[in-house]
Design a protein around this ligand. Structure first.
Ligand code: GLV
Ligand code: MG
Length: 365
């Protein structure tokens, strides 16, 4: 009886927190072993297409050659009457094409929707070996990930999949943001997260009707001029998403996962799009969604490090060959920490240069 009690006690403890030893064991007999590290590949844009739209489906292979990640969307923006056509279209496109180095992802419907079960079951068992990542919308907490994690393991085992399919969460509910760290820690399958500014605005009751981007009403104004109180005062628009992106970047990077900006809906405002993407890039995001072909090149420009920064960073690395000590470069102090900052820039440049001859040249590799 003591042994039985002990084993019960252990089970209960495990219920609250899994043993670290179990973390890298498959959750189903015959499922592939979870990955210890998230693969780092060029991921500057996640290009969305609707596989139920025959024109977009036809263009998928040619678009794939221009993007780092191609994503077949089943969720919002796909009409209810087209949900099944989107699923069938995606399965056919995945089966019939080899997209080479371009990652193939899908965004399936949310866990509480009538389509989730068929989406995940059909896609994993029929083309699971062709997809890298499943994007899960409207994730609220770790329990959502635990459910998807176990189910995926069972489906992978059934389909005989050799390499685990990873999960990408959209951060788009107030509860999801409140739980962002525990979501990031919920499974070794967590590949990354995207900001979902449209659903998140609705969930929080923010009073913006825009998809991503700033708002002219969200601003800080200069103080009145004491000598001329009636003079016009300059106002500075602030970034509505700064707080959420900051939390997402820390939650992701603390577990070795990758943060992304999400959608920018104003296709007719490429400058605003570029600015939002760049804020995200500077804060640590690796990419953003492209909802229209015109946003592909914006993301490519923004999420490839600027050549002058890369050349500068290479000089700093050369000036501190073993990454320690302190030296001056052009009047600026460099030490172990700034060496690491520069290494981030150069590592990303190398990753991107491998598949981009023009940038390779610009970076001097
Ligand atoms: C994306 O899914 C969003 O809601 O912004
Ligand atoms: Mg959404």
């Amino acid at each position: 009886p003591i042994a039985a009690q002990l084993s019960n006690h252990r089970k209960q403890r495990r219920y609250l927190m899994r043993s670290p030893r179990d973390f890298f064991k498959p959750l189903a007999l015959g499922a592939p072993q979870p990955l210890a590290d998230i693969p780092v590949r060029p991921s500057r844009m996640i290009h969305f297409f609707d596989p139920s739209n025959p024109k977009m489906a036809e263009k998928a292979p040619s678009i794939a050659s221009r993007v780092d990640i191609l994503l077949g969307n089943m969720e919002d923006a796909v009409a209810i009457d087209n949900k099944e056509a989107a699923r069938e279209g995606f399965i056919r496109i995945a089966r019939e094409n080899d997209f080479g180095d371009t990652q193939l992802w899908t965004r399936i419907n949310s866990l509480d929707s009538p389509w989730f079960l068929d989406d995940i079951h059909r896609i994993v068992t029929e083309v699971g070996d062709k997809i890298d990542v499943i994007m899960l919308p409207k994730i609220q907490g770790a329990w959502d990930i635990h459910y998807a994690d176990q189910l995926l393991a069972q489906l992978e085992a059934r389909a005989g999949i050799q390499r685990p399919i990873l999960l990408h969460c959209i951060l788009e509910t107030a509860l999801g943001v409140a739980n962002v760290e525990s979501i990031a820690n919920a499974s070794p399958r967590i590949q990354g997260m995207s900001l979902g500014p449209a659903d998140l605005a609705a969930s929080r009751r923010m009073k913006t009707t825009r998809i991503g981007g700033g708002h002219p009403g969200y601003l800080v104004r200069d103080d009145p001029d004491a000598d001329n109180p009636e003079a016009p005062r300059t106002a500075h628009q602030q970034d509505l998403w700064h707080y959420t992106i900051g939390r997402m970047v820390d939650a992701c990077v603390s577990v070795g996962a990758l943060p992304f900006y999400g959608p920018f809906g104003a296709i007719d405002d490429p400058t605003g799009c570029e600015d939002q993407f760049r804020n995200a890039f500077l804060m640590g995001c690796v990419g953003a969604w492209s909802l229209h072909p015109s946003q592909i090149d914006i993301a490519k420009t923004v999420f490839s490090p600027p050549a002058d920064e890369v050349l500068w960073a290479r000089r700093v690395l050369e000036a501190l060959p073993d990454g320690s000590g302190a030296v001056m470069v052009d009047g600026k102090m460099q030490d172990d920490a700034s060496w690491k900052q520069c290494k981030v820039m150069v590592d990303l440049a190398k990753l991107i240069a491998d598949s981009d001859p023009a940038l390779k040249k610009a970076y001097g590799f």
